[in-house]
Design a protein around this ligand. Structure first.
Ligand code: ATP
Length: 241
């Protein structure tokens, strides 16, 4: 059953239409990788789902309810959590304080500071360190942990490996893999590394210039098909424009 349904969504930044008539549904317990070149509209789409950016037209339905008009904090309460590009932690607060700051903002559920530390072992020795003193990978783990503290039903991850050292990316994905393999989380993940995106997801969606141009099961699409869609080399037949 679909947890999220996006219907002909149109999102603008002033005169620029960043998301053009995108329709997409995401099943409960599934992982969707959203790929596409810089400026394709991936961040804008995630922000519209999270309620951080109001669409021009179209609908966002979550668990059957129309949430299009709801502000971001109300969507967090319903179980939609965004890990934004750039992390946006409170730099002067410790890891623990950053995590605690999100407690009670979302739903009640199993996620606590202790559960986050168990899921992200690299944070264990750092709980009392200020976020500003952490490496990029440690900050990213904290940002994901903060989103989990809201006990989301839908986790939106925007380029969580951006700018991280390969080892830090591996460590983060070890934790994310366990989370996603549990089947309890529904995840939309923007990931530039196609190999990684294909490996972790059940489905892949590719955007080009604001449109969704390819969508399908990750194990049914070839790397070439996705790369062609990514660069707009050939219009893929799977999704009508
Ligand atoms: P990236 O991988 O670079 O983050 P993206 O696929 O996430 O790209 P968006 O960030 O959603 O793409 O941007 C889509 C389009 O909207 C781009 O043309 C971008 O320049 C434009 N855009 C994004 N944010 C703003 C903004 N705050 N004001 C004006 N235009 C914006």
């Amino acid at each position: 059953m679909s947890l999220l349904e996006i219907e002909t969504l149109e999102v603008r930044h002033g005169a620029l239409t960043a998301v053009r008539g995108v329709s997409l549904s995401v099943d409960e317990g599934s992982v969707l990788a959203l790929v596409g070149a810089n400026g394709a509209g991936k961040t804008t789409l995630l922000r519209a789902v999270a309620g951080a950016h109001r669409p021009q037209s179209g609908r966002v339905r979550f668990d059957g309810a129309d949430v299009t008009g709801l502000p971001a904090h109300r969507r967090v309460k319903l179980g939609i959590a965004l890990v934004p590009e750039g992390r946006r932690l409170f730099p002067g607060l410790t890891v623990e304080e950053n995590l605690q700051a999100a407690a009670g903002k979302g739903r009640s559920g199993p996620w606590t500071v202790a559960a986050v530390l168990e899921a992200f072992p690299i944070l264990q020795p750092l709980v009392r360190r200020r976020a500003s003193s952490l490496s990029g990978g440690e900050q990213q783990a904290t940002a994901i942990g903060r989103a989990l503290m809201a006990n989301p039903r839908l986790l939106l991850l925007d380029e969580v490996s951006l700018g991280l050292a390969p080892q830090a990316v591996d460590a983060m994905y070890r934790s994310l893999d366990a989370l996603m393999a549990s089947g309890n989380s529904t995840v939309i993940l923007v990931e530039q590394d196609l190999r990684r995106a294909m490996a972790v997801s059940g489905r892949i969606a590719c955007m080009l210039e604001g449109r969704l141009i390819l969508e399908g099961a990750s194990n049914a699409l070839s790397r070439d098909e996705i790369t062609n869609a990514y660069f707009g080399l050939r219009r893929a037949p799977e999704v009508a424009s």
